[in-house]
Design a protein around this ligand. Structure first.
Ligand code: ATP
Ligand code: MG
Length: 486
């Protein structure tokens, strides 16, 4: 009978998993701490263990090495509440069989456990990783920021972490602005090649006549004007990663040369008689369907198969809506030394937009918003008109009569920002100052409205008339006007 160990301090998870897997014929052990889990591994090694990242006495991923030593034949599945690229990288570097992100879906967990049981010795991390790459990318501190933890990005992070440990060619597929280049850069930065160069070439931007000399270099005299030897981008990338952006635009002759490099790790400069052996890892990207280009005869099928050893699909931003405001705040923080807040109404507009230009478009929109908002939060009116929605434009023509919900919310946020600013909100005691200022203002306004009638003003304010009288007395001797510039 297969033995499953669950190391998690959350009793409800342990209970649910135990019931579920026992009903499916597994023997289940449970441990609430790292220490107890290690103990089980030594006494009664499991076939598969589910390990929570966040344990009371240890970090689950850090624990993997010890667990593996105690139970060398076991497969480990890591459970995490935070599906970031860093977790994925650490889990793969720790040779976890797979990792699962909370909230957990029992069917998905069962599928992972079954795969782990069936996998025998073969390990997810070993499938493409050469032994030398075992230390790929600890920590991930110097990794570029791929922000967002929407479910659609989890698979991407897993594949990046995996690709970083491998030397195989990668194709990153995605619409414009989805983060293809950032993904390629992440793979490089997390790989053992990170100390080497990352060289990016946009194959679509090079004139066809220059592609080959640019990529492969040339020897003196190769053509008129070739007055000296020149290395190509392949050579510049020696020891590192060559990112071939829009690889689908590569002309046929260059496709042949790329294929030869992938087969032999050698390139020839144009007009040169000798080949050069190079150590370059290829990561390619395309916004179009290369399989279609192959079918149409525009892209070599053999090259496609050599490149597409690992294929990473980047989802469009509209398929990861949970990340939109996270990314928006990320860009505000990256683009401004003192990033403003994002108003709730503006956030709602961002979430509703379909983002045809994906993450790059979102970045541009935040840049625009920062440019037009002077102080205070980003409001709907700071967004480009198209994004404001059918009723979001608070600034302009009062055609439809009366403020809409979004516009009112915006006006309130703008006013509150002004109050906070006037009260010098960075000074301690701002709460008292702001609340008193607002109350004084409302009392004066109600009194003026009621023509000095205290009982009527008290009623309107929803305040007992004695309280109002007391506050009016308190207000009189001390204060200069509340709205004065302090
Ligand atoms: N997940 C992300 N987190 C943070 N920034 C991101 C993310 N994805 C993309 N970006 C940023 O968005 C912009 C566009 O990303 P990138 O250039 O990688 O996209 P691309 O897919 O290569 O676009 P194109 O097809 O237009 O070349 C960059 O400024 C990049 O840093
Ligand atoms: Mg790009």
């Amino acid at each position: 009978m297969a033995h499953l160990l669950i190391i998690d301090d959350e009793a409800s998870i342990c209970y649910a998993f135990r019931r579920y897997f026992e009903a499916r014929g597994l023997r289940v052990s449970v441990a609430a701490t790292a220490r107890a889990g290690l103990d089980v591994c030594r006494r009664d090694p499991p076939d598969v263990a589910l390990v929570d990242v966040c344990l009371p006495d240890a970090d689950g991923i850090g624990l993997l090495a010890d667990l593996r030593q105690a139970a060398p034949a076991a497969r480990f599945l890591v459970i995490t509440a935070f599906g970031t690229l860093e977790t994925a990288t650490r889990a793969v570097a720790g040779e976890a069989f797979d990792y699962l992100v909370k909230p957990l879906d029992l069917a998905r967990v069962a599928q992972a456990v079954t795969q782990a049981l069936e996998s025998g010795q073969s390990d997810l991390a070993d499938a493409t990783a050469p032994a030398a790459a075992t230390h790929a990318a600890r920590g991930g501190t110097q990794a570029p920021q791929l922000v967002g933890a929407a479910p659609a990005m989890q698979e991407v992070y897993k594949q990046i972490a995996w690709a970083a440990r491998s030397e195989a060619a990668v194709i990153v597929v995605g619409a414009t602005g989805t983060g293809k280049e950032l993904t390629a850069q992440s793979i490089h930065d997390l790989s053992p090649r990170r100390a080497g160069p990352f060289v990016a070439v946009n194959c679509g931007a090079l004139p066809e006549s220059l592609v080959e000399s640019e990529l492969f270099g040339y020897a003196r005299g190769a053509f008129s004007g070739a007055v000296s030897d020149k290395p190509g981008r392949f050579e510049t990338a020696h020891g590192g990663t060559l990112f071939l952006d829009e690889v689908g635009d590569l002309p046929p002759a260059a496709q042949v040369k790329l294929l030869r490099f992938l087969d032999t790790q050698q390139v020839d400069r144009l007009g040169s008689l000798s080949s050069r052996a190079l150590d370059v890892r290829i990561v390619a990207a395309t916004h179009r369907d290369l399989a279609e280009a192959v079918a149409a005869g525009a892209f070599r099928q053999d090259l496609y198969y050599r490149l597409a050893v690992i294929v990473i699909h980047l989802p469009p931003l509209r398929d990861r809506r949970a990340d939109i405001t996270v990314l928006a705040r990320h860009f505000l923080a990256a683009l401004s030394p003192s990033p403003p807040a994002l108003s709730a109404a503006a956030a709602a507009c961002l979430e509703a937009w379909p983002w045809p230009g994906n993450v790059r478009e979102l970045r541009n929109v935040m840049q625009h918003a920062l440019a037009v908002c002077s102080t205070g939060p980003i409001l709907v009116s700071h967004l480009p008109p198209a994004l404001r929605g059918p009723h979001g434009d608070s600034g302009g023509a009062a055609g439809s009569g009366g403020a809409t919900g979004a516009a009112r919310q915006d006006a309130l946020e703008a006013a509150l920002a002004a109050v906070a600013e006037a009260c010098d909100w960075r000074r301690p005691g701002v709460h008292t100052r702001a609340v008193e200022a607002l109350e004084r203002y409302l009392i004066r306004r109600a009194m003026a409205d009621a023509g000095g009638h205290q009982i009527e003003a008290a009623e309107h304010l929803g305040m007992h008339r004695n309280t109002l009288r007391r506050k009016l007395l308190e207000d009189r001797p001390q204060d200069p006007p509340a709205s004065g510039h302090a």
